[in-house]
Design a protein around this ligand. Structure first.
Ligand code: MF3
Ligand code: CO
Ligand code: CO
Length: 272
């Protein structure tokens, strides 16, 4: 079912993951009031292409842009547009995927726009970030998909937030989205056993209200049904040895550091 990666494959995934991470770090400095999502798209596109890679979203199943930009009540797959500008107090998820030498790296984070973020937007953002760290902390050879989902759901619901079900994490390699589907909710001890050599993403989307999603007429933009905010963080990982490599974490990545503090056995790919 799920494709196992060789150590040569994982070596290639390290390079793709690192480029995705560097792209996401690079775009951070441009996230401020007045900047359009189209400008973010152009900067991301050029950064990736200049490094010999391809921005995977572009033309993927007809997606028209090089990156996804999802603001406030947009859950995921927001389409960059010249007339959509960032405002003080917004939250925006920027989801970067690159294809480098045939391998994919996929990572996203939610950024604050400016310094005065409303409490409900802060809550979903902090909850999404911590829930990803907690999910990473349970990942090791033999973990079940339901264990990962439970770690996320249990934490998110304890904060009064809800977990999106209509979009999931996914196996990744020479294919953008492959088996298995990584659900961000679930019960401990249930679902497929994940084993050494698997690469997949974990990308919880956390809503401030209703867990459901509504699709806009463009066929891509998913929004919350009640207008409440939604936030997301994503990493691509490999199960290796007794623990994990977070392929899209740079050495100072706060989520990777937090996962390690929670007990994850994290190997930094940059140090391998
Ligand atoms: N990067 C998204 C994910 O995490 C997928 C985006 S598909 C696109 O799986 F077509 F919208 F770009
Ligand atoms: Co993904
Ligand atoms: Co992504």
């Amino acid at each position: 079912m799920a494709k196992l990666k060789s150590s040569d494959d994982i070596q290639m995934m390290r390079a793709a993951g690192r480029l995705a991470a560097e792209t996401l770090r690079h775009i951070g400095q441009f996230v401020k009031p007045g900047v359009s999502t189209e400008e973010i798209n152009t900067i991301v596109h050029n950064y990736i292409v200049e490094r010999g890679a391809y921005p995977s979203p572009l033309n993927y199943k007809g997606f028209p842009k090089s990156v996804c930009t999802s603001i406030n009540d947009v859950i995921c797959h927001g389409i960059p547009h010249p007339e959509v500008k960032l405002n003080e107090g917004d939250i925006i998820n920027i989801d970067v995927t690159v294809t480098l030498n045939g391998y994919f790296g996929d990572t996203s984070r939610t950024f604050y726009v400016g310094n005065s973020i409303p409490a409900d937007r802060q809550l979903v953002t902090e909850t999404a970030e911590e829930s990803l760290a907690r999910a990473l902390a349970v990942c090791e050879h033999g973990v079940r998909i339901g264990d990962i989902g439970h770690a996320i759901q249990n934490y998110a619901e304890s904060k009064g937030c809800s977990v999106v079900r209509d979009f999931v994490g996914h196996g990744i390699g020479k294919v953008f989205h492959e088996e298995p589907a990584i659900t961000h909710y679930g019960r401990p001890g249930t679902g497929m056993k994940l084993v050494r050599g698997m690469c997949f993403t974990i990308e919880p989307m956390i809503n401030g209200g209703d867990w459901r999603s509504k699709m806009l007429k463009d066929g891509w933009t998913a929004v919350t049904p009640d207008g409440k905010p939604s936030a997301q963080f994503e990493h691509t990982i490999a199960l290796v040895g007794e623990g994990i490599e977070i392929l899209t974490a740079l050495p100072d990545d706060p989520i990777a550091l937090r996962a390690r503090a929670l007990g994850a056995k994290v190997v930094w790919p940059q140090l391998v």
